[in-house]
Design a protein. Structure first.
Length: 402
């Protein structure tokens, strides 16, 4: 067949590409139509026309809902094909819109690792994936599998795959409108992994192992299985959905379960990584906020600046050499102190005043008399020397030391 002849061409092409490539081979499952890595779908995507008996193949670059809305297909768009890990861009609106076409005679073909809840609920089936927690290339490499097709033409054939075959099968389905087209060996038991659901005038084909359509198996002697799967589709126009865009027209966005976090929560190690990362981020924010908190300023008590002010004024008078002014202020300070502390009238500095002051202050009568006479003498002068100012200050200080 033409398809098998083209496989040789791609085998040589990918071998040469691997030889000249400087990068290590990427064994992760990406299912990208333009990717030549082992688990891309470059070959089956580019040879779809040959696989479908030269029927017209349209590569859907918009969301399928938007594509059908913009390109009115009457009652029949042919056959829709989606080979991906999950149809996460197909929301409830898109599915319902497509099912209306299926009722009129169109066909859907889904080969997915994960079927969304709205697909399962709408078509009334459930699945079980024993290997859903395995996702690294090293873990998946150990998953060998044997697949079967129930059609009489293929019933005697066994299709063996040497890696990445998850034990993923249909657990329940409506037996009144569903037939089993293929099975997978799970611990010695054949369980359905490929079914056909009759829906109005059309049909829906569901397959649980999209890995069989990747470059690795197209070049590893398993290409006949993929071709046999597609042979169940009627000869008609093909819409190949690469699932690259969300819908612009639908009011219902993709289900929450189809978010990127769903992938993390499907795998225990990634789930723990996500939880530890969030915890670390939370702790970082808490401790960083504490370190960055504005320091509480120290409020110093108000200082008594009277003494400092007095020193400033005194220094000003000293600098100006106005000794008489300082003598007058010193005398005024002394007499004010006498009135406050000893309650003595200072308006007449006579002998009686001197005796009362000496008695109340416990100072010697002679020293008190000498101080008062000095004050009287300095008051009468128009000018005073620095020496007189110093002597007066010492006499006043000695008087109040008693």
């Amino acid at each position: 067949m033409i398809f098998f002849n083209n496989i040789k061409k791609y085998f040589i092409l990918i071998i040469l590409f691997s030889l000249v490539s400087c990068n290590k081979t990427n064994w992760y499952e990406n299912f990208k139509e333009n990717n030549k890595d082992p688990f891309g779908t470059y070959i089956v995507f580019n040879e779809a026309k040959e696989l479908f008996n030269n029927n017209e193949v349209h590569y859907v670059k918009d969301n399928i809902y938007d594509y059908l809305v913009k390109n009115e297909k009457g009652n029949d768009f042919g056959s829709y094909v989606c080979v991906k890990p999950s149809a996460y861009k197909l929301n409830q609106d898109g599915l319902e819109y497509m099912l209306e076409y299926v009722k009129q005679g169109s066909n859907l073909f889904f080969s997915l690792n994960n079927f969304s809840k709205h697909i399962k609920d709408s078509l009334n089936f459930t699945t079980k994936n024993i290997d859903k927690d395995l996702y690294t290339p090293e873990e998946l490499k150990l998953l060998k599998g044997t697949l079967f097709l129930e059609n009489q033409g293929f019933k005697t054939q066994t299709f063996s795959f040497n890696r990445n075959i998850r034990k993923h099968y249909f657990e329940t389905y409506n037996k009144n409108n569903t037939i089993v087209l293929g099975t997978i060996d799970v611990n010695g038991e054949k369980l359905p992994n490929f079914i056909k659901i009759y829906y109005g005038e059309g049909a829906i084909f569901l397959h649980t192992n999209p890995i069989v359509f990747t470059n690795y198996f197209m070049l590893n002697g398993n290409e006949d299985y993929a071709e046999n799967l597609f042979s169940y589709l009627p000869s008609d126009t093909i819409l190949w959905d690469s699932q690259i865009k969300s819908s612009k027209f639908s009011n219902k966005k993709e289900e929450k379960e189809d978010s990127i976090f769903k992938f993390f929560f499907q795998h225990p190690t990634l789930k723990w990584f996500l939880m530890v990362s969030f915890l670390g981020l939370l702790l970082f924010m808490l401790f960083n906020a504490r370190r960055k908190q504005r320091a509480i300023p120290i409020i110093e008590p108000l200082q008594n600046s009277t003494i400092a002010f007095a020193h400033t004024i005194a220094n000003l008078y000293l600098k100006e050499a106005d000794h008489k002014n300082l003598v007058d202020k010193k005398i005024a300070y002394f007499l004010e102190k006498i009135r406050e502390q000893f309650l003595i009238d200072t308006s007449n500095l006579n002998t009686g005043f001197i005796k009362r002051l000496a008695l109340k202050s416990d100072n010697d009568i002679n020293s008190t008399k000498y101080l008062i006479n000095t004050i009287i003498a300095l008051n009468k002068k128009s000018e005073c020397t620095e020496t007189e100012l110093i002597v007066l200050n010492k006499m006043v200080e000695n008087f109040f030391k008693k």
